[in-house]
Design a protein around this ligand. Sequence first.
Ligand SMILES: [Zn+2]
Length: 77
Amino acid sequence: MHACDLCHQLVGEPSTVPPHENLAASGIGARSNRCKVDSRWRCTGCGAWMYQSTALGEPPNMWRMGRPPADLTESCG
Ligand SMILES: [Zn+2]
């Protein structure tokens, strides 16, 4: 997968940085007790999945690029 420059630039940024213009909201990630761990975004330009982590995410409070989402089964810390 070849992510576009906009996606690459967002990786590693604090999650307080807003999503770039080509990212479409694609739901949230949450653990079994509904603790939200991230917001999921799909790039309409390159198709990359971007994850905007909360404090419970991994890494916390940061943007990362990842594989298409799978269900989380872990329990919250
Ligand atoms: Zn992109």
